[in-house]
Ligand binder design. Structure first.
Ligand code: NI
Length: 195
């Protein structure tokens, strides 16, 4: 296993649509090593997730894990999850263009490809996730809250989208200023938890 270099905002690979893998490709040693390397790279960088384009591989793989992460100290944990060729479907009543408060999860997101910056993003608070695991077995589950945000952020990378595209521009903040000026109660707001 190896820690790979993480592409930073401006690298063209972050703006490409990642291609899907066949099961034969997935089972190849090169792709299995890529997955191992993505997990190691995510751990080393204290990321909540990592998508293959972030390590210069334009294929549809994302890894997610949160366990006592210093970058997300107040977040619920997420078990290690490998998603291949993922498809997401929002499971909320209102449309993504006009999300009702009770359907929305707002969080100051960060990204290993956008070092030092956070910004507030509003997303559907619940999604259906369909994908393969690293062996090619089908996965189909529903995630809500913080988990739903993380999986949407990672799957955005597979479509060439970065969180700054979705963030309220006036909310963008560097980490030092985030720590100073964004109160804890505004860092993560689950609209579905209010009712
Ligand atoms: Ni990211």
């Amino acid at each position: 296993m190896a820690i790979r270099k993480i592409a930073q905002l401006g690298e063209p690979v972050l703006r490409q649509r990642a291609r899907e893998l066949t099961r034969d490709e997935l089972r190849s040693p090169a792709v299995q090593t890529l997955i191992d390397d993505m997990i190691e790279t995510m751990h080393d960088a204290d990321g909540a997730g990592l998508a293959a384009p972030q390590v210069y591989e334009s294929v549809a793989i994302a890894v997610i894990e949160v366990q006592g992460n210093p970058r997300y100290p107040n977040s619920a944990s997420i078990p290690l999850t490998v998603l291949v060729n993922p498809r997401l479907t929002p499971l909320v009543a209102s449309s993504s263009d006009a999300l009702a408060d009770e359907d929305a999860f707002e969080m100051y997101e960060g990204c290993l490809s956008v070092t030092g910056l956070r910004g507030r993003v509003r997303r559907p608070r619940k999604v259906r996730v369909q994908a393969w695991d690293r062996e090619g077995n089908p996965l189909d589950f529903e995630w809500e809250g913080f988990r739903a945000v993380v999986v949407q952020h990672e799957c955005d990378h597979l479509n060439g989208t970065v969180f700054v595209d979705r963030a309220d521009p006036k909310s963008l903040t560097f980490l030092r200023e985030y720590d100073r000026y964004v109160p804890l109660e505004r860092r993560m707001v689950d609209g579905g938890a209010r009712s």
